[in-house]
Design a protein around this ligand. Sequence first.
Ligand SMILES: Nc1nc2c(ncn2[C@@H]2O[C@H](COP(=O)(O)OP(=O)(O)O)[C@@H](OP(=O)(O)OP(=O)(O)O)[C@H]2O)c(=O)[nH]1
Ligand SMILES: Nc1nc2c(ncn2[C@@H]2O[C@H](COP(=O)(O)OP(=O)(O)O)[C@@H](OP(=O)(O)OP(=O)(O)O)[C@H]2O)c(=O)[nH]1
Lengths: 192, 192
Amino acid sequence: MKVLQEKITKHGQVISGRILKVDSFLNHQIDPELMHQIGLEFAQLFSSDEITKIITIESSGIAPAVMAGLHLHVPVVFARKRKSLTLNDDLLSSTVFSFTKNETNEISISKKYIKENDRVLIIDDFLANGEAASALAEMVEKANAKVMGIGIVIEKSFQKGANKLKDQGYRVESLARISSLADDKVTFTSEK
Amino acid sequence: MKVLQEKITKHGQVISGRILKVDSFLNHQIDPELMHQIGLEFAQLFSSDEITKIITIESSGIAPAVMAGLHLHVPVVFARKRKSLTLNDDLLSSTVFSFTKNETNEISISKKYIKENDRVLIIDDFLANGEAASALAEMVEKANAKVMGIGIVIEKSFQKGANKLKDQGYRVESLARISSLADDKVTFTSEK
Ligand SMILES: Nc1nc2c(ncn2[C@@H]2O[C@H](COP(=O)(O)OP(=O)(O)O)[C@@H](OP(=O)(O)OP(=O)(O)O)[C@H]2O)c(=O)[nH]1
Ligand SMILES: Nc1nc2c(ncn2[C@@H]2O[C@H](COP(=O)(O)OP(=O)(O)O)[C@@H](OP(=O)(O)OP(=O)(O)O)[C@H]2O)c(=O)[nH]1
């Protein structure tokens, strides 16, 4: 997605040759018009999949997901990482391992919001090791719903997440794919 | 806002006579079209205030805020409740007291994203005791920016937040105002 690549090139900051900071338009400050275009892009990629639901995870996945939901005319559910005041239903839960923190955390979605036979599009902002996306997919499977695909805003292709998800048989559509952040420089993959 | 009141009446659940659960369209599952209409409503209410920035707080404030930002053509920043991978700049911080948990927590926004003279619209999903909205307003003031108003999706008028913010001189615009949840019944305030 050209405008996204331009934003990354112009505003992205690389840290330690392996982290892309895009706090100015995606992870802290959000550019709503860009999110709207990202949502439209996901909607077009999955337009013939008869999506019935979008699933994402708090917090940075919410804006891209809700814009995709607006264009696809489907509800969006965000998995919670922590207890919330009203999330006390029967829950679907999965664990997410953090390599950085070396710890395992649980994420949850109420069973009320993923039904058997839902055709689910998973959306998230980053795809790195793929722990979060795998956990979301696992919850969809536990609900006997179908993962129609995984939409990612920024894929770090040099980490294992993309291959892991594709090896599991999922269709992964990433709007920007970064083959390297080495030397604090953003290199986009040139072909699929 | 009529369609919001209808959604609350139809899908809201009252818990213990004091909590309104709207997980089916606002706090866990999100209705994107409703969010789009909510965003438009906020944009119209603040259309002559020359808003330059919207501030909210993760997670449930993000969807309404980003839709308002889409209609007002301004960036949206969400305050973080916890450390994030890339939020390591100079921070504006404020504390939020939780009556339920009887604890104080810190929320933060990078100084990069609220500039002196920004004309800020604060948006959040619920207004109850007003701790979160007050903390967001405090951060805006610390940055020498101006709070043009506070846009709330659902105000619980029987709690002190709305009056607290108005007494501080802020303009508060709530799209649904609930005067009571007693007897597990939703009663909307009938006039301003
Ligand atoms: N900006 C940025 N973030 C990255 C990058 N690589 C991974 N992340 C984010 O870091 C978080 C994952 O951190 P950990 O759970 O500690 O996992 P990890 O060490 O195994 O990568 C996720 O944030 P999250 O759960 O999505 O957090 P939130 O922003 O939704 O709150 C993920 O999106 C990167 O290059 N740049
Ligand atoms: N559904 C619902 N929520 C209510 C109601 N009253 C307050 N809240 C939410 O509860 C959270 C505040 O809880 P606490 O920090 O424990 O504060 P409190 O006990 O002083 O109210 C906030 O969620 P938050 O920080 O916005 O969480 P998040 O959803 O953004 O993650 C607030 O929006 C209500 O009647 N219904």
